[in-house]
Design a protein around this ligand. Structure first.
Ligand SMILES: *[C@@H]1O[C@H](CO)[C@@H](O)[C@H](O)[C@H]1NC(C)=O
Ligand SMILES: *[C@@H]1O[C@H](CO)[C@@H](O)[C@H](O)[C@H]1NC(C)=O
Ligand SMILES: *[C@@H]1O[C@H](CO)[C@@H](O)[C@H](O)[C@H]1NC(C)=O
Ligand SMILES: *[C@@H]1O[C@H](CO)[C@@H](O)[C@H](O)[C@H]1NC(C)=O
Ligand SMILES: *[C@@H]1O[C@H](CO)[C@@H](O)[C@H](O)[C@H]1NC(C)=O
Ligand SMILES: *[C@@H]1O[C@H](CO)[C@@H](O)[C@H](O)[C@H]1NC(C)=O
Ligand SMILES: *[C@@H]1O[C@H](CO)[C@@H](O)[C@H](O)[C@H]1NC(C)=O
Length: 396
């Protein structure tokens, strides 16, 4: 009886997910990474790269998607993190149902040797409610990576010594802030060279909460050195609250907030910048604007922010995407940021998809282009199902 009931709920949720997936856009299904002069993309069942080795971004070469190189893999890929002594190794943690974090195992992909290693031995274990699809930030100096998890705790993995630990809990007085980082618990986050991790809040979809009072005037931070939590007040015109946006850190200490949406409309202004020495917001001029995008992924490559995929918020329904292009934003002039295209998706190399939720490909060795639409649907579904199960269990 219990299982039948459970099954019924899951079936309902599947249908529900189809309806609400447009509303929920807190997470990008792809995450991009820059390692070894290559731009890597990992999605739920897709892993590929664009080699930028002999392609200086200021030369304006437009790269065709035939140059997107698929990587072979054997596990479901969700949210890997970069680490290792040279910061050139991807770590993939396996999927484990909430509460079964003892079963998590790790595989690595070494981007220098182009080599996979299975069943990486490590000491310690993930926190109780560890979810392998929550995002990570990497501290390049120590090789430690950090992932904010359910239960108001950060999972910490030392990628050099292979030790899994966790942080102190978010103090009760700040738990209001972590509420604003839900529903996906995958908030845009950056780690500063001084060891401060900033967690940016997202708009909570109205069916979860009527009284979202989130603002970006105060940002929850975790100090990795002191193992302490603290909100930081900002000054200047903070970006309006939004979901599905990205935050990246430039080498001179600017955090660039880009895109996202609010109430199903494009968030404006689409680029807002936080100076991390003064915690002051400013709004630069945006030249050749793209999109506007939401649920995209962004990463810094030299003097550019490379932004990929996501949906085009100003379009309607299925025309919204997925956007399959890769753009670059020239950030060298702090008062004017300029977009251009970095790589175009060649539509001729893909079959049009009939459903926005095609079933996952059984063969991992397909071209990246074919997997784009699939991966976006699959990741969103997995995220939602696990979250609903978690909440359901907690409520009961
Ligand atoms: C992936 O596998 C295919 C077929 O086994 C092989 O031809 C290809 O070189 C592999 N790609 C990489 C990047 O290892
Ligand atoms: C993990 O430990 C086992 C047993 O000691 C060993 O057989 C295996 O090779 C180790 N895995 C790696 C990736 O080193
Ligand atoms: C943090 O790690 C310790 C040691 O493994 C464990 O006892 C504790 O339950 C963990 N905290 C959470 C919230 O899972
Ligand atoms: C948000 O509003 C709730 C009540 O609606 C209040 O208890 C809480 O302190 C507010 N949070 C912040 C960060 O202002
Ligand atoms: C941040 O602002 C809040 C109210 O807006 C205030 O209560 C708090 O003291 C400020 N924190 C700091 C560190 O200035
Ligand atoms: C941050 O603000 C300070 C003080 O105005 C300024 O000196 C510094 O150049 C700014 N940093 C960036 C990256 O704009
Ligand atoms: C795609 O194919 C059509 C005709 O089959 C051709 O006209 C078009 O130029 C092709 N586009 C690209 C980007 O190759």
């Amino acid at each position: 009886m219990f299982y039948l009931y459970f099954y019924f709920i899951i079936t309902l949720l599947f249908n529900y997910i189809h309806l609400v997936q447009c509303l929920l856009s807190g997470t990008s299904s792809y995450k991009s990474y820059y390692a070894n002069t290559k731009l890597y993309y990992a999605g739920s069942n897709d892993f590929f790269y664009i080699d930028l080795t002999n392609l200086p971004l200021n030369e304006n070469t437009v790269i065709d998607s035939s140059k997107w190189i698929q990587l072979n893999y054997s596990i479901i890929l969700i949210r890997p993190f970069l680490g290792g002594k040279a910061n050139d190794k991807f770590f993939f943690s396996s999927f484990a149902f909430v509460g079964n974090s003892n079963e998590v195992f790790l595989e690595t992909f070494d981007t220098t040797l182009n080599k996979w290693d299975k069943d990486i031995n490590f000491t310690g274990k993930p926190s109780k409610y560890f979810e392998s699809f929550d995002d990570w930030v990497s501290d390049k100096n120590t090789g430690k990576v950090y992932s904010l998890q359910q239960g108001d705790v950060i999972d910490i993995f030392d990628t050099v010594n292979l030790v899994w630990t966790n942080s102190s809990l978010v103090p009760q007085v700040y738990q209001d802030y972590t509420r604003l980082l839900r529903p996906t618990y995958d908030p845009p986050q950056v780690i500063l060279p001084n060891g401060q991790i900033l967690y940016f809040p997202s708009e909570i979809p109205s069916f979860f909460s009527q009284d979202s009072n989130a603002t970006m005037n105060s940002i929850l931070t975790y100090n990795i050195v002191a193992n302490s939590w603290q909100p930081i007040n900002t000054t200047g015109q903070a970006p309006s609250i939004r979901s599905g946006y990205t935050a990246v850190l430039t080498s001179d200490g600017r955090i660039i907030i880009y895109g996202g949406m609010s109430n199903n409309l494009a968030a404006t202004p689409s680029i807002v910048v936080l100076n991390t020495s003064t915690y002051e917001w400013s709004t630069p001029t945006e030249a050749n604007p793209i999109g506007p995008l939401a649920s995209h992924t962004s990463t810094i490559v030299d003097n550019y922010m490379v932004t990929s995929f996501g949906i085009i918020v100003t379009k309607k329904n299925l025309d919204r995407g997925p956007n399959k292009n890769v753009y670059k934003l020239d950030i060298s002039n702090p008062s004017t940021y300029k977009w251009s295209i970095l790589s175009t998706f060649n539509d001729n190399s893909t079959k049009p998809s009939k459903s926005p939720f095609p079933s996952p490909s059984t063969s991992p060795h397909t071209s990246p282009s074919n997997n784009l639409t699939t991966a976006i649907g699959v990741t969103t579904s997995i995220l939602l199902i696990v979250h609903f199960i978690f909440w359901w269990v907690v409520i009961i």
